[in-house]
Design a protein around this ligand. Structure first.
Ligand code: URA
Length: 242
């Protein structure tokens, strides 16, 4: 069982520098199980620890695993230039923990985005060797045709890509919408594939990563949640190296 002093605990959770966290404790801002703790030096077990900081309760988390329903006009970049960054949709202290998006969605793409501060998790989910399937719903400018679906499944050649890229599955939802499953995550891949296949993507939503679906998460646009053990297991099963 890991035990840490309260200043280290607060710092590890992103609440500021060690000195600042000591000040928070000294001024009585932190309580555990209803008791204000003013001495930062006592070692506290971190497993299942709940603490209150300025009236908000937090659970100690060694790492953060988050799902966000990304709205349009937010950038995944850590240094956003034209729109706010997705980190601005999360509590401020998460950015102090080096939380980053797992892969990227374009600023105008909506839907499921994972975020974490665990490098091994980010690598496992985004490594091309793991073939994690990602499901997208694309709205098209021109009606969806059998020829378009055949091209997406048969493979299209993109500028700068040595080999043809193909969708794992591609099915028509209605006249102007397609569900596309990809195992790679190349730059603007859905939009570029649709353009190379003779259509144009006017809206794009990611609806699932592996077996984790946006529907099951039930997140409103712009909302986020911590991933629970069952959801993490779904992601791990989807990220088996192949
Ligand atoms: N493909 C795209 O074109 N854009 C995204 O954001 C994701 C996949």
């Amino acid at each position: 069982m890991t035990k840490l002093s309260l200043d280290r605990i607060l710092q590890s959770q992103g609440f500021g520098t060690r000195n600042y966290c000591r000040e928070l404790v000294a001024e009585g801002a932190v309580s555990i199980a209803g008791n204000v703790v003013t001495d930062y030096r006592n070692k506290i077990a971190t497993d299942g620890l709940r603490f209150t900081l300025f009236d908000t309760e937090w659970i100690y988390r060694e790492h953060l695993y988050i799902a966000l329903n990304k709205p349009v006009d937010f950038e995944c970049s850590r240094k956003p230039s034209h729109h706010p960054g997705v980190l601005s949709l999360l509590p401020e202290q998460f950015s102090w923990r080096d939380v980053q998006p797992v892969g990227r969605l374009d600023h105008d793409t909506t839907g499921l985005l994972l975020m974490s501060d665990d490098g091994a998790f980010i690598h496992a989910q985004s490594s091309p060797r793991r073939h994690v399937p990602k499901i997208y719903v694309a709205t098209t400018h021109a009606p969806v045709t059998d020829i378009l679906i055949a091209a997406m499944l048969g493979g299209v050649k993109l500028h700068d890509e040595p080999a043809q890229l193909r969708a794992v599955t591609c099915r028509k939802i209605d006249e102007y919408r397609l569900e596309i499953v990809l195992e790679q995550g190349k730059y603007h891949q859905v939009k570029r594939m649709l353009a190379a296949a003779g259509n144009h993507c006017t809206a794009l939503q990611r609806t699932a990563i592996g077996a984790l679906t946006l529907d099951a998460l039930g997140l409103a646009v712009g909302a986020w949640c911590y991933l629970d053990a069952g959801q993490m297991a779904l992601l791990r099963e989807s990220a088996v190296a192949g």
